[in-house]
Design a protein around this ligand. Sequence first.
Ligand code: ARG
Length: 466
Amino acid sequence: MKLWGGRFEKGVNSLVNDFNSSIRVDSRMYKEDILGSLAHVKMLGEQNIIPKEDSTKIAAGLETILKRIEKGVIKIDDSSEDIHSFIESTLTYYIGDEGKKLHTGRSRNDQVTLDTKLYLKNALISLSNDVINLQEILYKKACENVNTIMPGYTHMQKAQPITFSHHLLAYSEMFKRDLSRILDCYKRLDEMPLGSGALATSTYNLDRHMIAKDLGFAQITINSLDSVSDRDYAIEALSVLSMIMMHLSRFSEEIILWATNEFSFIELSDEYSTGSSIMPQKKNPDVAELVRGKTGRVYGDLITLLTVMKGLPLAYNKDMQEDKEALFDALDTASLSLKTFAGMLNTLKVNKDNMRKGASLGFTNATDVADYLVKKGLAFRTAHEIVGAIVLHCIKENIVIDDLSLEEFKNFSPIFEEDIYEAIDLVNCVEERNVFGGPSSSSVKTQLELLLESITKTKEAIKCLK
Ligand code: ARG
C-alpha cells in the first residue's frame, strides 16, 4: 500500500513502481525502522500529541511485527516502496486505524536518515570488532616472528634487513589508525535527526531529546534542513572502509608475492587457497587477490555517494535513496574481507629459512658496512663511495659482502678490521637498529606492548559505545 495515494488520480506505472522502490536494499533496516518508530510513538503519547492508549497500542503492534519478522512469520513484501512504507502499512493491517497515527509529526526524510544512522552505528561496532580480531592475529604472528629475519624493501629492491615481526607491525599501525577513524566517524554521526520532519520540523510539540535518549544517541542534530540532507556520515564511513580496504589490499599484494615460487617466504594453508581447473600443480592465493579486487568495489561505493551528493540542493532529494546500496555493499565487503583475510593470515606458514636467505642476498647489509666505516671515523659520503665500489666488485665476482677476506676489505679501505664480520652479520644488523620504531628485538617488543595496550583500550572504547 502507498503512503501517499490521496493526491493521485492514476496508479503509478509498474516500471516506475520498481524504479522508485528501495525495499530490496533497505529491508535490512527493518529492526532500526521499528525501534525508531517505537521511540517516536512513545514520545507522541508522552507529549499528548496522540492519545496514550493509541501510543501503547501502536507500540505493542510494532513489537509484535518485529518479533514476527524475526521469526519469519511476516515476510517483507518486495513490491512495497520501502521498508518504512512496509512497516507502517503492516502496522495498520495488524492493529487497525490507530496505526495511521504513527507517522504524526514525522516524514520519511527524517525517518530514513535515523534508520541509516542506527544501522551504521551497529555496523561500525561490528566492523571495529573485525579489525580488532585482525589486530589480535597480527599480534600473535608478530610475537612468533620477533627473530625472523627478512629483507626489507624499497622500490621492490632489497634494502636493509628487518624482521617479519617488524613488517607485520607496520600493518597493525595502519589498522590502529583505521580503528581510531571508525570510532571518530561513530562519534560524529551520533546525532539524532528525527523531529526534523520533511525539512522544517513540525507544528507539534515534539520532544526530540526524549527520542535521542531512548535510542541511545549522544545528542540531537541542530538544523532540520541539514538533518534530512546530510549524508556526510555515510560518505565518511565509506572513506574509512576504503582506507581499510586499501590497507588490506597492500597486505594482500605482499602475501601474493611472498607465496610465489620465486619468494617462497610463506605458504598459504589449503583452507585459504584454491586450485586451477587445468594446472594440477597450482595453489592460488585467491583470497588475497579477491581482497585486492574488492578494494576497487569499495572505492567505487565511495565515489558513487560523493557523486550522488555533489549537486544536490537542500533539502532531501530522492537521489539520496542511492546512498544505502553503496553503503551496505561497502560494509558487507569490508567485513567479509577482514574476516577472511584474518583467517588466511592466521593459518599461513612462515618459511623462516627462505626469509633469512632472502635477506642474505641483495647486499642488504651494505649500509652496515658504510656505518661501520663511519663509526671508525670516516665521513658517511666517503664511506658510501667505498661500499659502492665493494658492492660492484662483489657483483662482478658473484659473491656477497660477507665472502670477502679481510685482505680484500682492506684493499678498499685500511680501516677495516676483523670486527667487520660481526658488524655485517644479519642478526647484528637488525639488533643494532635499536632506534624507537626500528626492527631490533627490543624495539619490536616495545611495539608489541603498545599494540596490546591499544587493543585493550580500543575494546574498552567500543564497549562504551553500545
Ligand atoms: N526510501 C527513501 C530513501 O531511502 C525514503 C525517503 C523517501 N522520502 C520521500 N520524500 N519520498 O531515501
